[in-house]
Design a protein around this ligand. Structure first.
Ligand code: CO
Length: 162
């Protein structure tokens, strides 16, 4: 039912809404469909707006297991790391982007339980990227003006590669 949305789909720029009803079967339905898209695209992270759904939910793959985080909030960050980053909504586009090296989030699981989780390295990067998606923020927003211009030209077919 849900399909992966690609930039410049306007839904990727909208702010997602908090999940308020944890008892609803809608939530399990949403997660089912997100898992399907996640697996189909061999993702490492996927945020609900990327399947056209404005809910504050993301999935990540951690040690080969899919984990869901609902209404996530970054409560602590430390350090800095510069590394390559991509996004399913921008196939084949990778850029070096600076992110915090460690991050702690507070979020809810599907059963309504509140959890705190710490991530570092690649997964800290993925979590920051996915939380950004929930606010309509995309990784290209962190590029230099020159890199950003190249992306825009590429996307209108005026450039062959970045
Ligand atoms: Co992304």
């Amino acid at each position: 039912m849900f399909k992966l949305r690609y930039y410049p789909d306007p839904v990727l720029r909208r702010k997602a809404h908090e999940v308020k009803d944890f008892d609803s079967s809608n939530l399990e339905f949403i997660l089912e469909n997100m898992r399907r898209v996640f697996i189909e695209h061999d993702a490492i992270g996927l945020a609900a707006p990327q399947v056209g759904l404005l809910k504050r939910i993301f999935l990540i793959r951690l040690n080969d297991k899919l984990e869901e985080y609902i209404n996530p909030v970054i409560i602590e960050t430390s350090g800095k790391a510069l590394n390559e980053e991509g996004c399913l909504s921008f196939p084949g586009l990778y850029f070096k982007i600076e992110r915090a090296r460690k991050v702690t989030i507070s979020a809810y699981k599907v059963d309504g339980r509140r959890v705190e989780r710490k991530f570092e390295g690649l997964m800290a990067r993925v979590v920051q990227h996915e939380v950004d998606h929930l606010d309509g923020v995309l990784y290209i927003d962190y590029l230099t003006p020159e890199e950003r211009l190249k992306v825009d030209l590429l996307l209108i077919g005026a450039l062959e590669e970045v």
